[in-house]
Design a protein around this ligand. Structure first.
Ligand code: BDR
Ligand code: CA
Length: 311
């Protein structure tokens, strides 16, 4: 039976690939997407998400969420990001977001569920934290959260912090300590799963709307990464959020370790860092299955297989 999922996104080029994988995989049932401020202002993330679903022809509802982080003011982001641009390179959407606020929809949907919907946040954790703050009982209804975020050895927004956690560390701290099973797909894993320009050519060759769009988005990422944060191999880029979705379809695509993780919210140099207690020096109960490794061939095979499908 297909696993029910909700994706919380800040679309975003890699969110877009993750959304297409979630919508087209026969192993997942995507109930809806909620949008949050992150890669772009929230209204642009919403429009981008609608564009993706229009493009692949799936009528999945989109709910717009938090336009600012929970405590801190929204950060000063460039008008056009190196790896995401502003609007996705797809026709303007002809659909509308739902009228209900994302946080209200999440509370309502999880409350009414049979406890069988996996929550997949691949943007800052503001919507999820607001849901838990607004209605703490809802936590018991979430069987698992699969989060793209965090980092142990490497940061991308600062020396130690990963972007999604850095944007709203207070929200992330609340979520990682919510007491529910959590799998975290951090930069340590996603930076090992690099997609190359040749992979993009192969994707484009599949000829489906999803594969063609994914190739365009990933090529944009490769240009951005080569310019602003080159990977160990030039002409490649990580597609972070897609790996988190693939890990739900086949958990063996990542290798995790159960450890205690917390989030720094008061650091002068370390704000938004995920503090990973691999040696259990704090004695804190382990709360996160943290991924440090990836089966790269499996990841690519899954991406190609699913993006090669049509709705
Ligand atoms: C994360 O930050 C965003 O820019 C990406 O969409 C991804 O979710 C990687 O740090
Ligand atoms: Ca994202």
């Amino acid at each position: 039976m297909a696993t029910k999922v909700i994706l919380d996104v800040d679309t975003g080029t890699d969110d877009a690939v993750a959304l297409m994988i979630a919508a087209l995989s026969p192993d997942l049932k995507l109930l809806g997407a909620t949008t949050v401020v992150g890669n772009c202002p929230c209204t642009i993330c919403t429009e981008n998400t609608l564009r993706v679903f229009d493009h692949i022809g799936v009528p999945i509802p989109v709910y717009q969420g938090m336009v600012e982080p929970m405590v801190r003011p929204d950060f000063d982001r460039p008008e056009e990001s190196e790896v995401h641009g502003k609007y996705l390179d797809l026709p303007e959407s002809t659909s509308q977001a739902q009228a209900q606020h994302a946080v209200d929809w999440l509370v309502e949907t999880f409350s009414a569920s049979a406890g069988d919907i996996t929550l997949v946040p691949v943007g800052p954790l503001t919507n999820v934290a607001m849901m838990l703050r607004h209605c703490p009982e809802v936590a018991a209804q979430i069987p698992e959260l699969v989060i793209m975020g965090g980092a142990h050895h490497i940061g991308n927004r600062s020396a130690l912090a990963e972007f999604n956690i850095w944007v709203d560390p207070e929200a992330a701290r609340l979520v990682v300590n919510c007491g529910r099973p959590i799998r975290m797909v951090p930069l340590d894993a996603t930076h090992k799963a690099l997609i190359s320009a040749e992979d993009c050519q192969q994707l484009r060759g599949l000829g489906t709307p999803a594969a063609t769009a994914a190739a365009t988005f990933i090529e944009r990422r490769i240009e951005g990464y080569d310019r602003s944060q080159p990977m160990k191999i030039l002409n490649t880029a990580p597609v972070h959020d897609a790996l988190a979705v693939c890990a739900i379809i086949d958990p063996t695509v990542i290798k995790t370790e159960l450890i205690a993780v917390d989030v720094e919210t008061k650091g002068e140099l370390t704000d938004g860092a995920t503090i990973c207690d691999f040696g259990n020096r704090t004695g804190k109960a382990p709360n996160v299955h943290f991924a440090m490794d990836v089966d790269v061939p499996k990841f690519k095979e899954m991406m190609f297989d699913i993006l090669g499908r049509r709705a």
